[in-house]
Design a protein around this ligand. Structure first.
Ligand code: HEC
Length: 508
């Protein structure tokens, strides 16, 4: 009898651990599908709604019945899509950082097979060196495991970036790093803050730019204790494009949100200074004419309603101008990925999650790092019954440092839904607490919507009062509201020197 009881308990225990370590399933049906009818006898290029291109050569798809095949395509390039579809970024248990995922498969001719490689270009906000193509395999718990990594097809863009990297290392790295100040300033986001022309002039001959009276260049020279930067006449033209493409790509890779912000700050400063200049001109002529009526600037031409401050641009509307190039030899899910383990940027760290609230066998814990497109599920610690880990039970996991990250806990039973999320910044060792609290089924959707705009958290300056503005002085006051918060528009608002001498980047 005792023996029987023990057996029972063991069995129960085992069932519990099976349940608890069960991989949460993917729900790719939540991603919208696009359908394309292909004539397999002709060359076809498909353009997807989110900007991917699929190159299908004549005869690349073989089917025994007829010549038309209907293809279904699904795309997940943003972290919000990845989370929504439950597309965990892991390869045989190891964490990955994704560059984007795509699904291509026939819906009518199930015998259709890829007999010649199909070329795919996947849009990305920036290129990460060392990304590989992983094939998605459905596991028995209907989640996707990414396997069989292959190198990407070498292309012009990667060639451009590595040429730029070589130029940077040979010429600039003695004095500059992208992300920290050395002898010269950090070059992070410099391409968002200056025009190509200004940068080319400056890098080729910074002394000439200062000599032409450029206020920003002169201020910078003072700030850096009059250390003269080398002249690079040889970098004019093609090498400059390579060099600046590299600096731009690195900046976005290190801090995509900051890149957008720096660009918006320049736009906002330009808008602010433009309005200021116009108004001051009107005021000047008003004073000159002393009383003669002046047409008050049509408010519609002022960017007051939608222009001021930093605009919050939804991630979806950002058009990416970088691409990952690869070829596929079969249908299904594909993922452009980097294994976190062993990459210098991903530091050996400790991360565990502690849940406040009742944990059941349905409790699921997830972690999201938007910038690196990392989406992992947690495993309940066998000994510590309210603690979850993501890779090994001791909590070790390679992580990028100082990144905004989220932990999510959810529990769903037939009559109740519990949900909780905590935002944190990744560091070497930490325990993140999440509280499971009663919630509704929209909570998860609201959370993913919030992820959508992750990088773009700055709020626009409130200008609701702008409608009531009368007269030039109040317009001038209103113009002050256009001035971006926390940004020095540079050089005393000297519009003559704008926008080639824009503001320094807002503090990171
Ligand atoms: C000898 C050291 C030195 C070298 C080498 C050097 N720089 Fe500089 N750079 C500086 C210093 C110092 C400044 C700040 C202005 C000053 O004091 O001249 C600067 C400023 C800049 C700026 C303006 C930064 C901004 O965004 O406001 C850019 C852009 C720049 N450098 C790019 C480059 C590039 C690209 C190279 C390589 C082709 C390079 N520099 C090589 C020292 C150097």
């Amino acid at each position: 009898m005792t023996k029987y009881l023990l057996y029972c308990l063991l069995l129960l225990g085992c069932m519990a651990c099976n349940n608890r370590s069960e991989v949460p399933s993917s729900h790719t049906h939540l991603l919208p599908s696009q359908f394309f009818n292909i004539d397999t006898r002709t060359d076809t290029v498909l353009k997807t709604t989110k900007g991917a291109s699929i190159y299908i050569k004549a005869g690349a798809i073989n089917t025994t019945t007829g010549h038309t095949v209907a293809l279904e395509v699904k795309e997940a390039y943003t972290i919000a899509d990845i989370v929504r579809a439950g597309l965990y970024t892991r390869s045989n248990g190891q964490p990955l950082s994704s560059g984007g995922m795509i699904y291509i498969a026939p819906i009518n001719k199930l015998d259709a097979a890829v007999v010649k490689p199909i070329g795919v270009k996947l849009p990305a906000p920036f290129i990460t060196k060392g990304m590989q193509l992983f094939k998605g395999e459905y596991t028995k718990d209907s989640s996707i495991n990414w396997t069989d990594p292959q190198d990407l097809v070498p292309d012009e863009e990667t060639a451009l970036l590595s040429a730029g990297q070589t130029i940077f290392q040979q010429n600039c790295s003695p004095c500059h790093a992208i992300d920290k100040r050395l002898t010269g300033p950090a070059l992070l986001h410099t391409t968002a803050r200056h025009s190509f022309q200004w940068l080319e002039d400056y890098i080729v001959n910074n002394a000439a730019v200062m000599a032409r009276g450029d206020c920003y260049a002169n201020q910078l020279f003072e700030e850096y204790n009059k250390v003269a930067m080398t002249l690079y006449p040889g970098l004019k033209g093609a090498p400059m494009h390579e060099l600046l493409a590299y600096i731009e790509n690195e900046s976005k890779r290190i801090d995509l949100a900051g890149y957008e912000r720096a660009g918006h700050a320049v736009d906002s400063c330009a808008a602010y200074l433009r309005v200021l200049k116009k108004l001051q001109h009107q005021k000047d002529s008003l004073l000159l004419d002393n009383g003669k009526s002046v047409t008050v600037q049509n408010r519609d031409t002022l960017p007051l309603e939608n222009g001021p401050g930093f605009k919050v641009r939804p991630a979806e509307s950002v058009t990416y101008n970088s691409y990952y190039n690869f070829e596929i030899n079969t249908f299904g899910w594909f993922n452009i990925d980097l294994l976190l383990d062993g990459k210098p940027e991903y530091v050996k760290s400790m991360l565990t999650v502690r849940i406040t609230g009742t944990i059941t066998e349905n409790t699921k814990v997830f972690m999201v790092i938007p910038q690196d497109k990392v989406y992992l599920f947690g495993v309940l610690h066998e000994a510590n019954n309210n603690e979850y880990y993501f890779l090994t039970p001791d909590g070790q996991i390679p992580l990028p440092q100082r990144r905004k990250a989220y932990v999510i806990a959810a529990d769903e039973s037939e009559d109740a839904l519990l949900f909780g999320t905590t935002v944190f910044e990744t560091s070497l060792s930490q325990q993140v607490n999440v509280t499971l609290a009663p919630s509704d089924k929209d909570a998860f959707n609201r959370f993913t919507q919030q992820l959508e705009g992750t990088g773009f958290s700055l709020k626009a300056v409130d200008t609701k009062n702008a409608k009531d503005i009368r007269g030039l002085d109040s317009l001038l006051n209103a113009a002050a509201a256009l001035k971006p918060v926390g940004v020095d528009c540079g050089c005393g608002g000297d519009t003559a020197r704008w926008p080639d001498t824009p503001a320094p980047a807002p503090g990171k």
